[in-house]
Design a protein around this ligand. Structure first.
Ligand code: COA
Length: 530
C-alpha cells in the first residue's frame, strides 16, 4: 500500500470558507434532528410520560448493549414533505446481546404511532437492510396502524412489510416483537408476523380492529382488555409468547431471546484498523459550498481509510475515476471515487476494477462526486454509451457488498454507474454537500428552454424571451430545491445525512453489518458490449 499525500491547504481562505459553509449546513441538519427527537411535541411527550411509558429513544437505548454504537437509519425521513419529519418511527442497526440487529421502534407521541407514507418508506427500507444483510429484526411496537386520512398513499404498497417479516423468518433470520402500547391493524401484524412476541402487561393492546373500528364494523362496544389486552393474548389467543411485567421487563426478555439466537450471525470481524494519518476534522473543509467546484477525492479517501493507505489501480489511466484497494477497520475494500466527469476510459477502468474485486470477494466503497458521463459528438462516436453500459453492467451484476458515500454531486447515469440507490447497495450515506438529480438545475432549465425555442420555431410562433427567462428561473429553483441532501433523505433515497467527521465510524458500522452476509464475488456478468 502507499500512503496518500494530502495537498489540502488547511490555512487557505478556501478551506476556511468551505469549513464554515459545512458547519452551517450541519447546524441546520441538527435543527431538523432536534425536531425528530422531540417526537410529537411537548404535549404528547408529557402525556406519554404521564402514562408511565418510556420514550421511543429510551426504549432503544435500553434494548441495545451498553456503550454500543447505534447506526440510526433515515432519521430525517419525511423532511420537505407533508409528513411528520422522522416518520414517527426510529429505525437503526444496533447490537443486542452481542448480535447486530435491525431495530424498528414506533414513536407513539407522533400521531399515535400511525404510519404516514414516510413511515412506510422508512420501515420498508429497514426491512430491506435486515434482509440483504441477514440481520435479525426487533420491533418495538406501539402503533395506531395506517395514518387513516393518508390511507390511499400507503395502503396498497404498505402491506409489503408483513411479507418481508415473514420472508426474513423463512430465510432463517429471527424476528422479535416487543409490544408496548396500543397496536392496531398494521401495528398488530408486526407481532402477528414475528417469530417471538413479548407483550407488556396492562399496557400492550393488540387488535386487528381497535374499539373505534369494531364499533364502526359491528356496533360492538368492546372492552379494550378483553378485545386485545396483553393478558388476554398471553392466556387466551396465544399471540403473546411472553407476558412482561413492565417495559423494562419486556426489553430484558427481548435481550434474553436474542442471547439464545447468537448463532444466527457471526460476530463482527472488524478489528479497528489504524486511524488515517490526516485528521478527520479536515473533511469539513474539502467540499466547496458550490457543488461545481472540483476537489481531489483522494483527500477524502485519505481521511477515511486505515492509515490513509490506498493501493491505486491504473492511476494514470481514466484518472477521473480513482480506483484502489484499502482497508477499513481492518477489512479489505475496493474504493471507487470520482475526480470529475466519466469518460470512456473511466468507465472501462471501473468495470475492470469491479470485476477484480468480485474475483476476490472484496466489498466496494463508491464515493460519489459525479456530474455524469461526457456528452458530445466526439464522445458519442468514441462509444461513450457502450462504455457506460459496461460500467453499469459491472455494477448491476457485482455481488460483493456495496457501500455508497455521496459527498457531492450524484447526477445522471453517473449515479447509476456508481451503484446509486436503484442498484441495491447495502447502505447509502450522504454529506450535507450532496446534490442528486438527473442534472443540475441550471442545465435542466436550459435544456427545457432550448426545447421550447425549437418547438416555437417549428410552429412559426414567436419565442417570448421574458416568459422564457421566468420559466427558466422557476424550473431551476424547483430542481435545485429537489436536489438537496435534505430533500433526498426526506424521500428515503439514502440511509441518512452524516457529519463528515463521522464518516469512518458510520462506514465501519455499515461494513460490519454488511459483512454478516459476505460474498465470494460474482463469477459471471452480462455480456460486455465491445
Ligand atoms: N391515523 C391518523 N391519525 C391518528 C391515528 C391514525 N390511525 N391514530 C391516532 N391518530 C392521531 C389522533 O387523531 C390524534 O391527533 P390529534 O391529537 O391531532 O387529535 C393523535 O394521533 C393522538 O391520538 P390519541 O387518540 O389522542 O392518542 P392515544 O395515545 O390516546 O391513542 C390510539 C392512540 C392509536 C390507540 C388511538 O388514537 C386509536 O385507537 N387510533 C385508531 C387506530 C385504528 O383504528 N387504526 C386503524 C388502522 S387500519
Amino acid at each position: 500500500m502507499s500512503q496518500l499525500v494530502s495537498r489540502l491547504d488547511v490555512r487557505s481562505d478556501e478551506f476556511e470558507r468551505n469549513r464554515k459553509a459545512m458547519l452551517t449546513a450541519l447546524e441546520s441538519i441538527e435543527g431538523h434532528t432536534a425536531k425528530v427527537v422531540a417526537g410529537g411535541g411537548e404535549r404528547y411527550v408529557e402525556r406519554h410520560r404521564a402514562r408511565g411509558k418510556l420514550l421511543v429513544r429510551e426504549r432503544v437505548e435500553l434494548l441495545i448493549d451498553r456503550d454500543s454504537a447505534l447506526l440510526e437509519l433515515s432519521p430525517l425521513a419525511g423532511a420537505e414533505t407533508d409528513d411528520p419529519i422522522g416518520g414517527g418511527v426510529v429505525t437503526a442497526v444496533g447490537v443486542v446481546s452481542g448480535v447486530e440487529c435491525v431495530i424498528i421502534a414506533n414513536d407513539a407521541t407522533v400521531r399515535g404511532g400511525a404510519q404516514s407514507p414516510s413511515t412506510v418508506r422508512k420501515i420498508n427500507r429497514a426491512l430491506e437492510v435486515a434482509t440483504v444483510n441477514r440481520l435479525p429484526l426487533i420491533t418495538l411496537v406501539e402503533s395506531g396502524g395506517a395514518d387513516l386520512p393518508n390511507q390511499s398513499k400507503i395502503f396498497v404498497t404498505g402491506g409489503s412489510s408483513f411479507k418481508d417479516i415473514s420472508r426474513l423468518s423463512k430465510a432463517g433470520i429471527p424476528t422479535i416483537s416487543l409490544v408496548f402500547g396500543s397496536s392496531t391493524a398494521g401495528g398488530a401484524y408486526m407481532p402477528g408476523m414475528s417469530d417471538y412476541t413479548v407483550l407488556v402487561k396492562e399496557q400492550a393492546q393488540v387488535f386487528l380492529g381497535g374499539p373505534p373500528l369494531v364499533k364502526m364494523a359491528t356496533n360492538e362496544d368492546a372492552d379494550v382488555e378483553e378485545l386485545g389486552g396483553a393478558e388476554m393474548h398471553a392466556r387466551v389467543s396465544g399471540l403473546a409468547d411472553y407476558l412482561a411485567a413492565d417495559e423494562r421487563d419486556a426489553l430484558r426478555i427481548g435481550r434474553e431471546i436474542m442471547a439464545h439466537l447468537r448463532g444466527v450471525r457471526p460476530p463482527s470481524t472488524l478489528t479497528g484498523g489504524s486511524e488515517p494519518v490526516y485528521p478527520v476534522d479536515e473533511l469539513l473543509g474539502i467540499p466547496s459550498a458550490d457543488p461545481r467546484q472540483p476537489y481531489d477525492i483522494r483527500e477524502i479517501i485519505a481521511r477515511t481509510v486505515d492509515g490513509s493507505d490506498l493501493a491505486e489501480f491504473k492511476p494514470i489511466y481514466g484518472a477521473n475515476l480513482v480506483c484502489g484497494w484499502a482497508t477499513l477497520h481492518g477489512q479489505s475494500i475496493g474504493v471507487l471515487g470520482n475526480n470529475g466527469i466519466l469518460f470512456s476510459e473511466e468507465a472501462q477502468k471501473g468495470s475492470q476494477f469491479i470485476q477484480l474485486c468480485n474475483q476476490t470477494g472484496t466489498p466496494l466503497l463508491f464515493i460519489h462526486n459525479i456530474t455524469g458521463f461526457m456528452v458530445g459528438t466526439r464522445y458519442e462516436q468514441g462509444g461513450i454509451i457502450k462504455d457506460g453500459a459496461k460500467l453499469i453492467n459491472a455494477v448491476s451484476n457485482s455481488v460483493v457488498p456495496h457501500l455508497v458515500l455521496m459527498v457531492g454531486s450524484s447526477y445522471g447515469a453517473g449515479n447509476y454507474a456508481m451503484s446509486g440507490r436503484a442498484y441495491d447497495p447495502r447502505f447509502v450515506f450522504t454529506w450535507p454537500s450532496h446534490r442528486i438529480a438527473v442534472m443540475g438545475g441550471k442545465q435542466l432549465a436550459g435544456v427545457m428552454s432550448i426545447i421550447r425555442k425549437n418547438a416555437a420555431e417549428a410552429a412559426g410562433r414567436t419565442f417570448d424571451l421574458d416568459d422564457d427567462a421566468a420559466r427558466r428561473q422557476t424550473i431551476e429553483d424547483q430542481i435545485d430545491r429537489e436536489s438537496t441532501a435534505l430533500y433526498s433523505t426526506g424521500q428515503v433515497w439514502d440511509d441518512g445525512i452524516i457529519d463528515p467527521r463521522d464518516t469512518r465510524v458510520v462506514l465501519g458500522l455499515a461494513l460490519s453489518a454488511a459483512m454478516g452476509r459476505p460474498s465470494s464475488g460474482a463469477r459471471g456478468f452480462a455480456n460486455f458490449r465491445m
